[in-house]
Design a protein around this ligand. Structure first.
Ligand code: AKB
Length: 318
């Protein structure tokens, strides 16, 4: 039975890019998403279904030799506030189910299945801190953050169990800050104001920001996010009980971003009207992340300044 890679949430901001990257690495892929694929790639088997269809997930693992899982199906922070029941089912239940099936089937085959889980700065809280390391105050204040932390801990536990029997799951996770894409404008997240503002500036549209000007958050470009996932998953062995790693390229306030954009686009205008749901979440997330563990275990590095960071993204959008 030939080796296959499973990608969930392949239409999402990160999932869609990882799918393309894995295709370029000649992987045979099974891709599942609740929505149809916009385009079709020959080496990908597309499945339009929900990650909550446990019979489907079971059959995928039982009828294919799944050697890697990239799990991006999720409900983001603001959408989770609007629909807590669904977000717990998807972000927690479906994620744990996927981990269990990946583990059980890899043990049956006496194999270690690599499992990538995208966690988030949402696991931090309740106070806003600077240069947060992976072990810092972990008391998330949102349902989304609780679910992400629960899956981090569950995956790490199954990883340790797998180590003791030398088969099962090789769990690896990155705590993503705000991700800024050049070709998608996400809307369900607290950090989405940044890509939304950049795209508004490029279209000369006024932008009304839901966060206060002083709100400082960490970000990473989609390209660096994809590069980090591939780099982390390609390391042969990560000899660490820590399985979840911080990454960021840069931190900035909403005003920093609007100032850079207004300098580049003089007719661009921004207003700031705090939305309590967005601000209360952003006020519990760290202003910046300590990425030294990522540097130590898989040589993550970055050196970028705000104007250069924004210009690179704008160049890709144009
Ligand atoms: C969100 O804002 O909800 C996400 C995240 C940082 O996890 N982009």
């Amino acid at each position: 039975m030939n080796k296959k890679v499973l990608v969930t949430g392949f239409n999402g901001e990160i999932g869609s890019k990882i799918l393309k990257e894995l295709v370029s690495l000649d992987k045979q892929i099974i891709a599942i998403d609740v929505n149809d694929s916009k385009g079709k790639i020959e080496s990908v088997k597309y499945i339009k279904d929900s990650i909550l269809n446990y019979d489907l997930i079971k059959s995928i693992f039982e009828t294919n030799f799944i050697t890697e899982v990239y799990h991006f199906a999720a409900i983001l922070s603001q959408s989770a506030i609007k629909n807590p029941g669904l977000s717990i089912k998807v972000n927690e239940g479906a994620s744990k189910n996927l981990i269990d099936f990946a583990f059980q089937n890899a043990v049956k085959r006496n194999f270690l299945c690599k499992f990538f889980f995208p966690s988030s700065i949402a696991v931090y809280g309740p106070r806003k801190i600077k240069c947060a390391s992976e072990q810092d105050i972990i008391k998330p204040s949102t349902i989304y953050g609780h679910s992400k932390l629960l899956v981090e801990q569950y995956g790490s536990k199954i990883h340790e169990k797998s180590k003791s029997i030398d088969s099962g799951l090789d769990f690896r996770s990155i705590r993503f800050p705000g991700v800024i894409s050049f070709d998608t404008i996400p809307s369900g997240g607290t950090t989405d104001y940044a890509p939304q503002m950049i795209h508004a500036a490029l279209k000369n549209q006024h932008f009304d920001c839901k966060l206060s000007p002083q709100t400082n958050l960490p970000f990473i470009s989609i390209n660096k996010a994809i590069y980090s996932i591939v780099k982390l998953m390609n390391v042969k062995k990560i000899d660490s009980t820590l399985r979840v790693f911080n990454v960021q390229e840069i931190s900035f306030t909403a005003k920093d971003l609007s100032d850079v954009l207004k300098e580049k686009f003089p007719i661009f205008t921004v207003s700031f009207n705090k939305d309590k749901k967005f601000q209360s979440v952003a006020d519990t997330w760290p202003s910046s992340l300590n990425c030294s563990m990522s540097k130590k275990y898989w040589n993550f590095s970055t050196e970028v300044h705000l104007k250069e960071f924004i210009e690179k993204i704008i160049e890709k959008i144009k």
